[in-house]
Design a binder for this molecule. Structure first.
Ligand code: MG
Length: 253
């Protein structure tokens, strides 16, 4: 029985990877950059997308596919920030999106007119790690109200993520979150991971995020994303001071 279950899972995953390959090819055909946002519930994915839509309106065409277990609340929120259709996938209990759901959602998206596709995955740091959705990169959103050892507890996700957005940095003076340790743990499981430091709520650090997105879609005119996003040595001095007036750099060095 156990062996059979493993075989079924392997077939399901193989089929998912085939569909993800098709999705990736379709996106590449139209030069659409797809970013798969993953996090635990409440890390701030939805607000990050809302703020990004507001900030980059008129600069690039952004489409959004959201995944939620039970509601379309996030899609409704995001829809208030764009004229474009927001595709809500309600998974009905499943803890992640799969490539066939993204493929189906893209049938309603005008890809030739889409520069950037955000996929807001179901809030979960376990299941979404294994599922390729055809994205260009997974981006893990990691808020400072969580434990800094999340990368050690959920190494698969941090291994597969190309970038980490450390969010809610406005709260750093008020929570016992060791930012330096969190970055170290993330690098322990993925030495190549790059960081952004943001507060989607206050706007701290969001310009670096926007510049990164501009560059990803080829509309950036400044230095490369790799120079900005973001080893500590290259960015500490550029970080926005926190609301308390304490430079974030002081927390990092
Ligand atoms: Mg959300």
């Amino acid at each position: 029985m156990t062996v059979r279950l493993i075989e079924v899972r392997e077939r399901v995953m193989a089929r998912n990877d085939e569909i993800a390959h098709t999705v990736r090819s379709r996106l590449a055909e139209w030069d659409t950059v797809a970013l798969n946002l993953v996090s635990s519930p409440g890390a701030g994915k939805t607000l990050l997308i809302e703020r990004t839509l507001d900030a980059l309106d008129g600069e690039m065409n952004i489409a959004v596919v959201t995944g939620d277990v039970q509601t379309q609340n996030d899609a409704d929120r995001i829809a208030r920030h764009t004229d474009r259709l927001v595709q809500a996938v309600v998974t009905g209990g499943a803890c992640h999106l799969d490539a066939s759901q993204v493929d189906a959602a893209l049938a309603q998206v005008n890809l030739p007119e889409t520069d950037l596709l955000f996929i807001e995955n179901v809030g979960n740091l376990v299941c979404p790690a294994a599922w390729d959705l055809g994205e260009q990169a997974k981006i893990v959103v990691f808020s400072v109200t969580e434990g800094e050892d999340k990368p050690l507890k959920y190494p698969s996700m941090f291994k597969r993520a190309r970038y980490a957005v450390i969010n809610k940095i406005d709260l750093l003076p008020y929570v016992p979150f060791d930012l330096h340790a969190a970055m170290g743990f993330a690098r322990d499981v993925n030495p190549n991971i790059d960081f952004f430091f943001t507060s989607a709520l206050t706007g701290d650090g969001m310009e670096e995020w926007y510049d990164f997105l501009r560059e990803q879609v080829g509309s950036g005119k400044r230095e490369t994303a790799s120079a900005r996003a973001c080893s500590c040595s290259t960015r500490c001095s550029e970080l926005t001071p926190l609301a308390s007036g304490v430079p974030l750099a002081a927390s990092l060095v």
